[in-house]
Design a protein around this ligand. Structure first.
Ligand SMILES: *Cc1c(COP(=O)(O)O)cnc(C)c1O
Length: 397
């Protein structure tokens, strides 16, 4: 069994030498010729039933070879039997929720989670009844119609850690979905800890270059079938060109995650000592429980952190205005460092009371550290933070 760094480079490419090519081919067909009708019908039946492959792809909403190749690679990285790729992380979550309705309509969700995931669940848009609970209350909140337990760890945007093993144990026979976007398969494998589904917004680290929107679910083969059926029915399959870019990004995943993490460890310490900065939230820092969980279920703290600027929203706005190397933007997990203001942007759709309860304060900023030289990122952060101090000087009348 090859190690992760090797898998990242080679997975999903086993047939390239036989094909006589070096780069992954892109198949952009929207339809596939059917000369043999019996074979066509059998392929259609298999794909609609959620099989991962068939003799004929029939139609690109059902199956695409470039997408399937990328799925094989991500499944191997996540040590999963199967991976199903969608047009976005939200499309992936939607498919799991729709597929879960055969078990019931009640979903337990541990906050905080990604803003739009929170909104999708809280709004009841998909006909599910989401109940938001603390991780320690999962067991007592289970109902006969509980179809799914959803956690995100590290969680967005406060990088809180949730004990995956404990939630899985408490959930009993109810499937547990872990949004592992922040960790990537490099730092955490929730399936090995007992989770049923692992979700990634592949828009983030897996793609890694800020040019792909994609989502994946990794799970057992049998569970992937209803997800593929749902994907075909609702039309949420990943586009093959996006799958190509995503697969291309995977080759450097381990390198990127390690470099960004080394930068982040350094920046977290410097930020914590900075006069304009209050609390810094970073896995492994802060509480003993956080440090313990970081050791027991992750292979490193990653490159996402949040910190509070002392003067609230106005100071945060100044930082976004003044960064020059760092990109002031939502999203994360790109090669470049990104900074954003959760209360004003990513978590704007979460109601203010929940924001307050889950630590999304007016001065909270989320930093996704990239792979630049750490000193260059620090110089930029320092000058942007200095602008917040300047803002406090008396203004000319
Ligand atoms: C971005 C993100 C999502 C949503 O993914 P999209 O690809 O934007 O649809 C879900 N969960 C987390 C943790 C994310 O960061």
């Amino acid at each position: 069994m090859n190690r992760l760094e090797t898998v990242a480079v080679h997975a999903g490419k086993e047939d390239l030498v036989r094909l006589g090519v070096h780069a992954v081919p892109i198949d952009l067909s929207s339809t596939y010729p059917v000369r043999d009708l019996d074979e066509g019908t059998a392929s259609l039946d298999a794909l609609v039933a959620g099989e991962g492959s068939a003799a004929n792809s029939i139609y690109a909403r059902l199956h695409n070879p470039t997408v399937a190749r990328c799925e094989r690679a991500i499944a191997e990285l996540e040590k999963a039997e199967a991976c199903v790729a969608y047009a976005s992380g939200m499309a992936a979550l939607t498919a799991v929720l729709l597929a879960a309705q055969s078990r019931g309509r009640h979903v337990l969700v541990v906050r905080p989670i990604y803003g739009t995931s929170d909104h999708l669940l809280a709004s009841g848009l998909l006909g599910m009844e989401a109940e938001f609970v603390l991780a320690e209350d999962v067991q007592t909140s289970l109902r006969p119609d509980t179809a799914l337990v959803i956690i995100e760890t590290p969680a967005n945007p406060t990088v809180d850690l949730v004990d995956i093993r404990a939630v899985v144990a408490d959930a009993g026979s109810v499937p547990v979905l872990v949004d592992s976007t922040f960790a990537t398969p490099v730092l955490q494998n929730p399936l090995a800890l007992g989770a049923t589904y692992v979700m990634h917004s592949a828009t983030k680290f897996l793609g890694g270059h800020g040019d792909v929107v994609a989502g994946v679910i990794c799970c057992a083969d049998e569970l992937a079938k209803p997800l593929r059926t749902m994907r075909a029915a609702t039309g949420s399959i990943l586009h093959p060109f996006a799958a190509y870019l995503l697969h291309r990004g995977l080759a450097t995943l381990a390198l990127r995650v390690e470099r960004a993490q080394a930068n982040a460890i350094e920046l977290a310490q410097r930020l914590a000592a900075h006069a304009a900065v209050g609390k810094v939230f970073y896995p492994g820092l802060g509480t003993v429980r956080n440090a313990e969980l970081c050791r027991s279920q992750m292979r490193g703290p990653g490159s996402l952190m949040a910190f509070e600027v002392r003067d609230g929203r106005e100071a945060a706005a100044r930082v976004m205005q003044h960064v020059s190397l760092i990109t002031p933007a939502v999203s994360l997990g790109s090669v470049d460092t990104l900074i954003q203001h959760p209360a004003g942007l990513t978590h704007r759709v979460v109601d203010p009371e929940t924001q307050a309860r889950t630590g999304i304060t007016a001065g909270l900023m989320r930093l996704s550290v990239g792979i630049e030289h750490v000193e260059d990122v620090w110089v930029d952060l320092e000058q942007a933070l200095a602008a917040t101090a300047t803002a406090k000087l008396p203004r000319a009348a």
